[in-house]
Design a protein around this ligand. Structure first.
Ligand code: CAA
Ligand code: NAP
Length: 249
């Protein structure tokens, strides 16, 4: 444990989250896997088994990332228990797609709370700690649709674009302490989030991707592991697009 970096990953049991956990474990990290309170310990055991992840390299916790006090409390507990947090990956997210005319305040707020305000809740308790340690990696999972916008996603595109501005601002504040803050912006990736889309809409989007296919969760996760590594020490405030050419900034 002494030589391992301690990483916290939200949305750990989801499609991209699972791949991130695996890549970080492969990179010799100890991962605190944040599951939503909708999950149980049995779900975590089943997930570790299904994903063939070494249980000794992972500690599961249950946390609603929209709950500010709970995030503060549980992250303080993680720091007390494991001594430090070296890497934070803000990955939990949801969609509530609908045209803006039909969008309810609830659909707006749920997406902003889960995808955007969660970043404050998770990062605030960890950032000062990383600065004091004079090292840290914060990686925020945005989306191609935060970069280019998308019909039916005014809430989601706003949240995902906001993550990029937040990350650039925080990159300035962390730089002198060696704390990097970066964004990974995946394109359409084969996970349960995309499986919820209407088949015809997804097919028409795939046809617009120059590479004509979805990303795999592993392709996204490998870029996260890179940004978390020593090799990426001089990269900060950057947004890495993994989108098969769907949007070139
Ligand atoms: N472009 C242009 N016009 C569109 C459109 C589009 N993409 N989608 C719908 N419209 C039009 C419809 O033709 C319709 O026009 P009329 O009123 O003239 O008939 C009008 O908009 C309203 O259509 P709907 O009643 O179907 O609208 P809706 O509010 O029920 O929902 C939608 C529309 C299902 C959200 C649809 O726009 C859609 O699926 N958009 C894509 C959303 C998307 O890409 N989601 C990604 C989820 S995964 C993810 O988010 C991961 C990631 O980061 C990539
Ligand atoms: P996913 O499989 O649906 O995973 C999302 C995860 O977030 C789930 O494990 C979910 O937990 C968790 N979560 C949701 N609300 C939460 C809350 N309030 N508290 C704690 N955890 C919560 O989706 P995914 O595709 O892997 O998405 C991961 C991230 O990538 C998201 O931020 C998404 O926006 C982003 N992204 C995805 C794509 C794509 O095409 N798939 C593209 C670009 C960006 P439960 O399962 O327990 O509900």
């Amino acid at each position: 444990m002494e030589s391992k970096k301690i990483a916290v990953v939200t949305g750990a049991l989801g499609g991209i989250g699972s791949a991130i956990v695996k890549e970080l474990v492969n990179a010799n990290c100890f991962v605190v896997a944040v599951a939503s309170p909708r999950r149980t310990s049995a779900d975590i055991d089943a997930w570790l088994n299904e994903q063939s992840i070494n249980p000794a390299a992972v500690h599961g916790i249950f946390l609603d990332v929209t709950d500010h006090e709970a995030c503060q409390q549980q992250l303080n507990d993680v720091i007390d228990e494991f001594g430090r947090i070296d890497i934070l990956v803000n990955n939990a997210g949801i969609t509530r797609d609908t045209s803006f005319k039909k969008m309810t305040l609830t659909q707006w707020q749920e997406v902003i709370d889960t995808n955007f305000n969660s970043m404050f809740n998770m990062t605030h308790p960890v950032f000062a700690h990383m600065c004091a340690n004079k090292s840290g990696r914060i990686i925020n999972i945005s989306s191609v649709n935060g970069q280019k916008g998308q019909f039916g996603q005014a809430n989601y595109s706003a949240a995902k674009a906001g993550m990029i501005g937040f990350s650039k601002a925080l990159a300035y504040e962390g730089a002198r302490a060696g704390v990097t803050v970066n964004v990974v912006a995946p394109g359409y990736t084969a996970t349960p989030m995309v499986e919820k889309m209407r088949d015809d809409v997804l097919e028409s989007i795939k046809a617009q991707v120059p590479m004509q296919r979805l990303a795999t969760p592993t392709e996204v996760a490998q870029s996260v592991a890179y940004l978390a590594s020593e090799q990426a020490a001089y990269i900060t405030g950057e947004t890495l697009a993994i989108n098969g050419g769907l949007y070139m900034n």
